[in-house]
Design a protein around this ligand. Sequence first.
Ligand SMILES: CC(=O)N[C@H]1[C@@H](OP(=O)(O)OP(=O)(O)OC[C@H]2O[C@@H](n3ccc(=O)[nH]c3=O)[C@H](O)[C@@H]2O)O[C@H](CO)[C@@H](O)[C@@H]1O[C@H](C)C(=O)N[C@@H](C)C(=O)N[C@H](CCC(=O)O)C(=O)O
Ligand SMILES: Nc1ncnc2c1ncn2[C@@H]1O[C@H](COP(=O)(O)OP(=O)(O)OP(=O)(O)O)[C@@H](O)[C@H]1O
Ligand SMILES: N[C@H](CCC[C@H](N)C(=O)O)C(=O)O
Ligand SMILES: [Mg+2]
Length: 487
Amino acid sequence: MNYMKRIDNLIGSTPVAAVCNAAGQVVRSLTCDSREVAAGSCFFAVTGTAADGHRFIPQAVAAGAVAVVCQQLPETLAEGVCYVAVADTHAAMADMAAAFYDHPSRELHLVGVTGTNGKTTVATLLYDLFRRLGYEAGLISTVVYRVGERRIASTHTTPDVIRLNALMREMVDAGCAYCFMEVSSHAIVQERIRGLHFEGGIFTNITHDHLDYHKTFAAYIEAKKLFFDRLPAGAFALTNADDRNGRVMVQNTRARVAAYSLRSAADFTGRVLEQHLDGMLLRLGGDEVWVGFLGRFNASNLLAVYGAALLLGADRSEVLTAMSCLRPVSGRLEFVRAADGRTAVVDYAHTPDALENVLRTLGELLTGGGQLIAVCGCGGDRDRTKRPEMAAMAVKYAATAIFTSDNPRHEDPESILDEMVAGLPPEARYLRIADRGEAIRAAAMLARPGDIVLLAGKGHETYQIVGDERRHFDDRQQIEHQFSIHR
Ligand SMILES: CC(=O)N[C@H]1[C@@H](OP(=O)(O)OP(=O)(O)OC[C@H]2O[C@@H](n3ccc(=O)[nH]c3=O)[C@H](O)[C@@H]2O)O[C@H](CO)[C@@H](O)[C@@H]1O[C@H](C)C(=O)N[C@@H](C)C(=O)N[C@H](CCC(=O)O)C(=O)O
Ligand SMILES: Nc1ncnc2c1ncn2[C@@H]1O[C@H](COP(=O)(O)OP(=O)(O)OP(=O)(O)O)[C@@H](O)[C@H]1O
Ligand SMILES: N[C@H](CCC[C@H](N)C(=O)O)C(=O)O
Ligand SMILES: [Mg+2]
């Protein structure tokens, strides 16, 4: 995208402590990563979790930065470069990114979805739903970013504030009226969503995850709650009343609160009336609708979608018709069936709660003595305390648990497996096969017709991260190969 702005116009959007050499300077791009600086960039020196961006100011200037926004001015200033000193670079970056891209979030009906599980599902289904209703829309999710039809590879569940504003500008220019985005807890704490003009916020649930980053569950709740605390008065805050922290999330928001529930009275209520192999019959409010999804957790996700659509002013009967046409998101409860009656399911469950929900749902689908085989692992360089809890869920609900690697990143796969199995009782039965391809092969071989093999944790991912390397790896391809399915 070819955007450019005079630095004076950008500086005017944020409180600044000092400015040097601003005269006539034109900025062509914004970045907080010196490795992405190009001629004409404005570089933001951000103090991060691993490094201090101030260290990279010389590299940024050498690479062609014409402006530097920082909290401490360097001792020597390069000639012809504008330096802007601010109290908080994160805040300045949010203000200046919005100004650079002409505040695109104000021109969109922007809805953010937060929660431990279900964000991708709810955001994607809202995107699909509104497109079915005839609107152009954008999506920012773990799986993909979408500007109308166009697909852009996703790097983060919620990218940084510069990228967000750039994507939203593209959405507006492409005629999108709506944008549905995931709001991760990391993004809230790191101010990646600062300054965005939300029309609504949705809370799905909060259970154990990311304690490596937030340290305590209370801090994790507080992080998610901040999203609702900061919503404007004109927005809606739609919360899940079935989650024990659902009410807490919205207790200090200025936004208009609405709740959804599968259990009790709420603004939007739902019930699972029937569940079959290919979908469920739901009651939503006073209506019945057939949906191509399985599991109570998906009934909850769909109820959130339904509630949000109505809060956005969509027509109820049109929403119900469109909902009956929605289909599951890539890598979420994706079924792969072998010709001989074995079934595999690829799913992104990577928390204890997600694993429990998915295993229970699949358990309800077994008939005629069929058994569950669960293949799961835990990501390296991420929350270690969820590892034994995930292993306990697999052993509790599956007849056979096979523990394997997820994305080991910089950890030893065997040590991750040690931590997973450490808390299991001595009588627990499981297999331990670190090589994920081998684990999937073993599961396929052990499965009998009528059995269901769950491949959990990697969902849509088409890679495995080992050290700094991203190797091609696709659970779906692996199991199709084992089931002799050729596409
Ligand atoms: C722990 C974490 O969230 N880190 C994010 C954070 O980086 P950071 O603060 O650690 O950055 P840093 O390495 O300390 O560097 C500080 C600054 O120096 C800059 N730098 C660094 C090196 C260099 O050579 N030049 C340079 O300019 C960096 O760009 C940065 O601005 O800010 C960066 C810019 O926004 C993110 O890319 C980065 O995401 C890392 C890669 C990451 O893996 N994040 C994951 C945990 C994450 O954010 N996940 C959530 C989803 C969680 C969920 O599913 O719920 C997400 O939203 O994706
Ligand atoms: N409402 C829900 N409650 C509990 N578990 C769920 C729910 N929705 C989905 N799941 C489980 O969580 C997994 C991830 O779902 P989804 O990708 O929608 O969540 P997410 O919040 O986007 O995750 P991430 O934090 O990785 O972005 C699914 O594959 C499923 O196993
Ligand atoms: N968004 C999640 C993805 C986890 C997926 C799993 N495959 C892993 O690598 O741990 C996270 O960053 O925790
Ligand atoms: Mg997601």
